[in-house]
Ligand binder design. Structure first.
Ligand code: DHB
Ligand code: FE
Length: 279
């Protein structure tokens, strides 16, 4: 049986791509952020996942406002990055895992999640930069399954729904007859707002409570409506939905092997957690 060996949740910010391109990992501004990933990479070297299910939100590269699926799952043999206009280098293509993708899709649709299935899919900074933080040589040693959650255009799926999607992903992986070691990587958040009156808004107290809840009370954030999440975390802080889906996939109990929180990276409160399911 395939097995979820862990979950990693991290912020994604395009500026990370610029910092990598310019070799700024040890600059005082960037060091507290990049240093957070050292223990995660040590864990990865031992854990050796075969497949990564990447739960992220597309920001207009693959889906635009004219067509915006609530949940989309990739089922392509390969996923390519493309220029989003941030001035950062694109990364090499990622290998897909169509067989596991279709199994996930079949399981999720059988559980009443109405998905968009993508046999072609470009992946943006929310997918590529967290992968580059995990594997800095960008020689991806894993196959990938993209799971995309709309946090760009209202209405968004609720926190409770995203948690349930994650639980269903966990069941789908557990029912796959292969022996793959599967990592769930959720990217987005934590609190940030890029525009409007509250541009620059960050809520450290909420973020820290949310990170604690990921271990000790995983459904805590599902009490909040989308509007309440925006109020607490900013318009883009709702990207924490990706963390909730990831957490749902890990099962009822987890242990946190590592976490890091640093303000700010660009306009974002950056969070990082490495969680292992407890059986
Ligand atoms: C920033 C954060 C994001 O989540 C994003 O998708 C783009 C930019 C930022 O803080 O600059
Ligand atoms: Fe984002």
């Amino acid at each position: 049986m395939a097995r979820i060996i862990g979950g990693i949740t991290t912020s994604h910010v395009p500026a990370i791509g610029g910092a990598i391109a310019k070799g700024k990992q040890d600059d005082p501004y960037w060091k507290p952020f990049f240093d957070g990933f050292v223990p995660v990479r040590q864990w990865l070297a031992e854990a050796r996942p075969d497949v990564v299910v990447v739960v992220y939100n597309d920001h207009g590269l693959n889906f635009f406002l004219d067509k915006m699926p609530t949940f989309a799952v990739g089922a392509a043999p390969e996923y390519r990055n493309a220029d989003e206009g941030w001035g950062i280098p694109t990364v090499p293509p990622f290998q897909g895992d169509p067989a596991l993708s279709w199994h996930l899709i079949e399981s999720l649709v059988a559980e009443d999640f109405d998905l968009t299935t993508c046999q072609e899919m470009a992946v943006d900074h929310a997918f590529t930069l967290p992968m580059a933080l995990l594997w800095p040589d960008q020689q991806w040693p894993v196959r990938t399954v993209p799971v995309c959650i709309n946090t760009v255009q209202a209405p968004l799926p609720s926190a409770a729904r995203c948690y349930k999607l994650g639980e269903a992903i966990g069941r789908a992986v557990a029912s796959w007859p292969g022996d793959e070691r599967v990592l769930i990587l959720g990217t987005g958040g934590l609190s940030h707002q890029l525009d409007g009156e509250r541009a620059g808004f960050i809520n450290k107290a909420f973020d820290l409570q949310f990170m604690d809840s990921m271990v000790n009370n995983p459904t805590w954030a599902t009490q909040f409506s989308t509007h309440q999440l925006v109020e607490h975390t900013g318009t883009q802080g709702v990207e924490l939905l990706m963390w909730l889906a990831t957490r749902g996939a890990l099962g009822p109990r987890v242990q946190a092997l590592h976490s890091n929180y640093h303000i700010p990276i660009s306009n974002t409160a950056s969070g990082l957690m490495l969680l292992e399911p407890m059986v």
